[in-house]
Design a binder for this molecule. Structure first.
Ligand code: SF4
Ligand code: F3S
Ligand code: ZN
Length: 103
């Protein structure tokens, strides 16, 4: 599961689509965590898609990640600022790749 303390345990190494990327990143095999309020561990995401289907405010968008061992696309929290903290995505992700800091 995604580390809920990732902002303390990882370094911000990049920006993508207006959100932070938390390393380590070593493309294409290691992609880190995208987003901060809505954070998706790209190295855990298996492209299940439940988060994209269920988010009521369409926070997520697919991004292609060719060459990643778990899946060739990931759910990117492209509109994390729109999140209403419903926690649906956290509940539906089969691999617990998503953390939402509702506090
Ligand atoms: Fe969307 Fe709710 Fe997840 Fe926020 S907590 S990203 S609103 S599903
Ligand atoms: Fe990935 Fe979990 Fe969404 S596997 S596509 S973050 S439901
Ligand atoms: Zn991203």
């Amino acid at each position: 599961a995604i580390d809920p303390q990732f902002t303390e345990n990882r370094e911000k190494v990049d920006e993508h689509n207006g959100h932070a990327v938390w390393g380590p990143v070593d493309e294409p095999e290691e992609l880190g965590i995208h987003g901060t309020h809505v954070a998706v561990d790209f190295d855990l995401c298996i492209a299940d898609g439940a988060c994209l289907e269920d988010c009521p405010v369409d926070v997520f968008e697919w991004v292609d990640t060719p060459g990643h061992p778990e899946s060739e696309k990931k759910a990117d929290p492209a509109k994390e600022a729109q999140c209403i903290d419903c926690m649906l995505c956290v509940d539906v992700c089969p691999v617990d790749a998503i953390d939402v800091d509702a506090g």
